[in-house]
Every structure is written in C-alpha cells, then in structure tokens.
Design a protein around this ligand. Structure first.
Ligand code: OFO
Length: 177
C-alpha cells in the first residue's frame, strides 16, 4: 500500500517520463528533417523507452493499489539549433530525471516503503546507463567538431551506436530465452 505522499511522487515521475518521451519524439522529427537518419532512429528508440519507463511506474502504482494518473504533457520544443545543442538538452533532462529518482529513493527510505525502494533499483541502474551514453555521444560530437561534414560524421557515429545497442538487446534477449 502506497502512502499518499509516495503516490504523488510516483505520479510526478510519470509526468517527467512522459515529457521525455514527447521531447525525444520531437527531437527525432527535427533530426529526420536535417537528413540525420541514424540520429533520428536513435531518438525514436529513446522516445519509446521513455514511454516504457512511464508505463512501468503506471503499472507499479496499480499493482500496489494506488491510482496512476495520466499526465498532461506541456508543449515540448519543436526546433533545435544543432545536434550538439540537442544532445546537451537530452543530457540535462536525464540528469533531472536522475535527481528526481534519487529523491523518491530517499522518500522510500523515510517512509520504510521497501517495495518501492526495490522497484526503483531498476531506474537507478537505467539512469546511470543513460547518463553515461549521453556523455559518450557528446564527447564524440565535440571530437568531430564543426567542420563542413560534421553532421554526416555525427550521424555515422550515431549509426554505430544504434548497431551496438541492437546487438546488446539481441544478446540480452538470447540470454533470457
Ligand atoms: Fe526514463 O528517463 Fe531517461 O532513461
């Protein structure tokens, strides 16, 4: 059974995950228009993942007899000035999500809510991975620099990351089979 405070904190987290899903969808659209298909594909996948993060919390709240609330999502930005600015924005948003997860972890200790504490462990690990991935992408973008073909090279790097992620997902599915 969730306390009202914990239920509100988890519902707030649903809002953040939903916002991330829409923000990343908007980014995928902008990248697609720039002809950066590898990067667009990457952001589409991130958008779907964020929706999954939202739904996990949604179902968890139901499982422990609470009331998950479908959030209204505020308008996300539709245009970006460069891929670097875009990925910096992603990194900042991920840091915000991590801080919010950490706050709920704190609350679960304070409320002796060990079921929620256990549930949140997956998010703690996921946020660590996401932040590391975004740092890697930003490092590569900075190394490529602002030369005339930089968008092309950034997109090639994103394609490599997509392939690595697809192989990791396939290996995980094999291990589970
Ligand atoms: Fe769910 O916030 Fe990113 O991973």
């Amino acid at each position: 059974m969730l306390t009202k405070k914990m239920e509100a904190a988890l519902n707030k987290q649903i809002e953040l995950e939903a916002y991330a899903s829409f923000l990343y969808l908007s980014m995928a659209s902008w990248l697609d228009i720039q002809g950066m298909n590898g990067s667009a594909q990457f952001m589409h996948r991130q958008s779907v993942e964020e929706r999954d993060h939202m739904l996990r919390i949604f179902h968890y709240i139901s499982d422990v007899d609470g009331h998950p609330l479908t959030p209204s999502v505020k308008q996300v930005p539709l245009k970006f000035t460069s891929p670097q600015e875009l990925f910096e924005m992603v990194y900042e948003h991920e840091k915000k999500v991590t801080a919010s997860i950490n706050k709920i972890v704190d609350l679960s200790y304070k409320e002796n809510d060990y079921a929620t504490l256990n549930f949140l462990q997956w998010y703690v690990a996921e946020q660590m991975e996401e932040e590391a991935l975004m740092r890697t992408i930003l490092d590569r973008i900075k190394l490529i620099g602002n030369g005339p073909q930089s968008l092309y090279y950034i997109d090639k790097e994103m394609e490599k990351i997509n392939q690595a992620e697809a192989s990791a997902a396939a290996a995980e599915a094999d291990a589970e089979a």
